[in-house]
Design a protein around this ligand. Sequence first.
Ligand code: F6R
Length: 260
Amino acid sequence: MEVVILPGSRQIGRLAADAIEALLRQKPDAVLGLATGSSPLPVYDELSRRHLEEGLDFSRAHAFALDEYVGLEPGHPESYREVIRREFTDRVNIDPANVHSPDGTAEDLQAACQEYEDAIRERGGVDLQILGVGTDGHIGFNEPGSSLVSRTRIKTLIEQTRKDNARFFRSIDDVPHHVVTQGLGTILDARHVILLATGAQKAQAVRDFVEGPVAAICAASVLQLHPHATILIDEAAASSLRLADYYRHAFENKPKWQGL
Ligand code: F6R
């Protein structure tokens, strides 16, 4: 796990975009894993800028979203399918047919989860997965207690997560209780994961998953088992880390050719 501490979200967005750009230049039909929420927005802004101003090409890329609320009608502005479209994929030249989300409206949700797993596998797996982290340490919507080898399935949100996400809805009563999310095992299969976290409200979760034990109580800690996990955080999110100085030293002395 590589921890990179940066001054703020603009720098985080640029560094994550550098990794995605390098991947697309080397593999134009790369498979991207997309998260929603506030954390990835600077990355999507930077990628769309590079597309518009520098011609960064997504025409052959594919994308799979991490998760989706259960029961929001198709086209609901807060369904993650819509959020991904609005915040990212409509702003670059990715083919909408290549952008996939779990189906939170399927009559047979379990079958839809299996189909989603199959679709990721048939596309060759995710090359680069963008992640945020919840204040309770969730990634995707793998809440505390999630199996470390779980696959795409239905989960029940913890009340704190519904409160955290209420800012996107008219009221907390509108935040669904259930979601479909890629599992921790699904996320671990991605070839590279980049997790982004900013702000003091994430400091405890960051400390727990980076330096605490690997345990289902903090789902993101499973990333300690990933061979290529990059954690991009700002000073506030890094403020509880014991080894912050070491992470800074290691990154400052990293040869540039290594990339992320
Ligand atoms: C979103 C997702 C969640 C968020 C997490 C942090 O697709 O999977 O794990 O990444 O809840 O959300 P923000 O970035 O809004 O703090």
